[in-house]
Design a protein. Structure first.
Length: 152
């Protein structure tokens, strides 16, 4: 009889509790993040005696960024491409790691982003003037985002 009373009491208490205590359906309790990514396949650059590079870019928008403030990815793409040809600041033989770092920092500084990851995949080049065997290249990541890790 005691156990039956306890069960009835428990059912009554549970029945009168608001459902909001059982589970929350509000999106603010979820860890939401909006990402965008793009690729620039087989970009032919004059860097390092002529190389072909696959460029992969992923970024995370700032939290609660209004849709109207999302940047057009083509603008970010143009920003990345300006590093792919030699300049005074980044001459022809500069290391790929330095370029990836500059690209990522530029995107973080100039766009409403929480994180950026850039992967440069320099393709196998058997040309004797620019011999670089096997695909290789850096991944640069800054901010709140997982690093790019593209394998083909």
């Amino acid at each position: 009889m005691k156990n039956l009373f306890k069960i009835i009491l428990l059912v009554m208490v549970i029945s009168y509790l608001p459902t909001s205590l059982w589970a929350s359906t509000e999106s603010e309790n979820h860890n939401e993040k909006n990402y965008f990514q793009f690729a620039i396949p087989e970009y032919h650059t004059s860097r390092q005696s002529g190389q072909t590079v696959n460029i992969y870019v992923r970024y995370a928008y700032k939290k609660k960024l209004p849709n109207s403030e999302y940047p057009d990815y083509r603008v970010l793409r143009t920003t990345v491409l300006k590093y792919m040809e030699p300049t005074v600041e980044f001459p022809q033989e500069v290391f790929w790691e330095i370029l990836a770092t500059a690209m990522g920092r530029d995107l973080m500084k100039n766009y409403p982003l929480d994180g950026v990851s850039i992967q440069l995949d320099v393709l196998d080049n058997q040309n004797p003037n620019s011999f670089e065997p096997g695909d290789h290249g850096p991944t640069f990541t800054v901010g709140d985002i997982e690093p790019m890790d593209v394998h083909h």
